[in-house]
Design a protein around this ligand. Structure first.
Ligand code: GUN
Ligand code: ZN
Length: 432
């Protein structure tokens, strides 16, 4: 039996392509109507057009003055690092040793994992993020806790157990064999169960032996519709270390390539210290970069090179990388992304940033047509943005003269306060 048709009247924003490469990519209906039924988008268009054919039983909600857009997609975030966000360190490697690894140790306790997973998901939804690619810890119970919490809320999430069998404290190490065995069991329990998807999660090349990398690559080939997630070329000390550990590889990225870990549905975080050959390889394999500006600035890792990435047509998405990242807000992440691009001589329009945070993320996950858009048949995962959310935003919004200026003000000044409500599969899961 169908649930009632819901109609939301507001301004609508979504994308059909990357506006950097397609001038017709932005869809904007200033007086729009979004039709939702059975958890799916039925239609999106102008109010004047769609309201004429609404069935009498449709439930209409008047949200004029607000902007509806697809829920944000955070393509790289660590839920076990929620409690160490904003911890000081002079760079990535000491930050891992001093804060991250001790915090992750606690996730061997299922009750702790469940409590943090619950808080983490609520925080994502408060910030308008409806899907994410999430690192759990080395402990399979941390993955069970995360997926159980996500499944109970019917959210679409990608997650996986960290594979790490060296260069980490023993309380965080698996073995090449146990890591793959546990990952395979988790794939069986959770992959494509409802809206859950599994990611084979090699933490990064320094914490896996040759044997573990090899088995991870074989697992990825055996389950081609699973995700792969890892870190690459984040920090110069890390790059140097990888060169010592894998002297035969042409580059850091080439280490992963050599084990068959580059393919569609592979998510590579940071991608700061790549060369043009690496970028060409990312594009050829349709592996996606997940840009983490707040983390890269906070840890002093470096600035992502937009110009070279775009020249290579590298698939791009945006991510918070909490707890190296300093905010759960994808709006605040856009704010920092804009400045990172600016420092590298690239001007990043707001429309492109909203694309990257929605359809760009969906494409990175190979989920175009499922999330990240208002095309009919997509999951009804959407958010209600409020341009009047704070006194300053309201004051700025009063004088913006076009869509680009309005979106730019939201990206630069907005945060969780600008997210008036979040809907997942047509159900309101957050309201301010
Ligand atoms: N490289 C390996 N592990 C991590 C992590 O947890 N966070 C970040 N930012 N980089 C990493
Ligand atoms: Zn990370």
């Amino acid at each position: 039996m169908n649930t009632p048709l819901h109609a939301y009247r507001a301004s609508l924003l979504y994308f059909t392509n990357d506006p950097a490469f397609d001038e017709h990519a932005t869809r904007w209906h200033s007086d729009g109507l979004l039709l939702v039924q059975d958890g799916k988008i039925r239609a999106a268009g102008d109010y004047a057009e769609l309201s004429a054919s609404l069935p009498p039983e449709a439930v209409t909600e008047d949200l004029r003055g607000k902007i509806l857009c697809p829920g944000f997609i955070d393509t790289h975030v660590h839920y076990p690092q929620t409690d160490i966000i904003g911890s000081p360190a002079p760079g990535l490697l000491p930050w891992l040793d001093n804060y991250t690894f001790p915090a992750e140790r606690r996730f061997q306790q299922p009750e702790h994992a469940a409590e943090v997973a619950d808080f983490f998901l609520a925080e994502l939804l408060r910030n308008g993020t409806t899907s994410a690619a999430v690192y759990c810890t080395v402990h399979p119970q941390s993955v069970d806790a995360f997926f159980a919490a996500s499944h109970a809320r019917n959210l679409r999430m990608v997650a996986g157990k960290c594979l790490m069998d060296r260069h980490a404290p023993d309380f965080l190490r698996d073995t090449a064999e146990s890591g793959v065995r546990e990952s395979e069991a988790l794939i069986g329990r959770w992959h494509n169960k409802g809206r859950q998807h599994y990611a084979i999660t090699v933490r990064f090349a320094p914490t896996s032996t040759h044997e573990q990398m090899k088995l991870a690559g074989e697992l990825a080939a055996q389950y081609p519709d699973t995700y792969i997630q890892t870190h690459v070329a984040e920090n110069t000390d890390e790059v140097k270390w990888v060169k010592e550990l894998y002297p035969d590889a042409r580059s850091y990225l080439d280490v992963y390539d050599g084990y068959g870990l580059m393919r569609q549905r592979a998510l590579y975080a940071h991608c700061i210290w790549l060369d043009d050959q690496d970028r060409a390889r990312m594009a050829a394999t349709q592996s996606a970069a997940t840009l983490c500006p707040t983390s890269n600035l906070f840890l002093g890792s470096g600035l992502f090179d937009f110009a070279r990435a775009d020249a290579a047509r590298l698939p791009l998405s945006v991510a918070t990388d909490v707890g190296g990242g300093t905010s759960f807000s994808m709006l605040q992440t856009m704010n920092e992304l804009y400045k990172v691009a600016r420092m590298g001589g690239t001007y990043l329009p707001a429309q492109r940033m909203f694309y990257l945070a929605t359809l760009g993320g969906a494409r990175a996950l190979q989920l175009e047509g499922t999330i990240g858009s208002f095309t009919p048949g997509c999951d009804a995962d959407f958010i209600v943005l409020d341009p009047q959310a704070t006194p300053l935003l309201a004051r700025r919004s009063a004088t913006t003269e076009n869509l680009e200026e309005q979106l730019f003000a939201l990206a630069i000044l907005g945060d969780d306060r600008a997210v008036a409500a979040t809907y997942s599969a047509g159900v309101r899961v957050h309201q301010r």
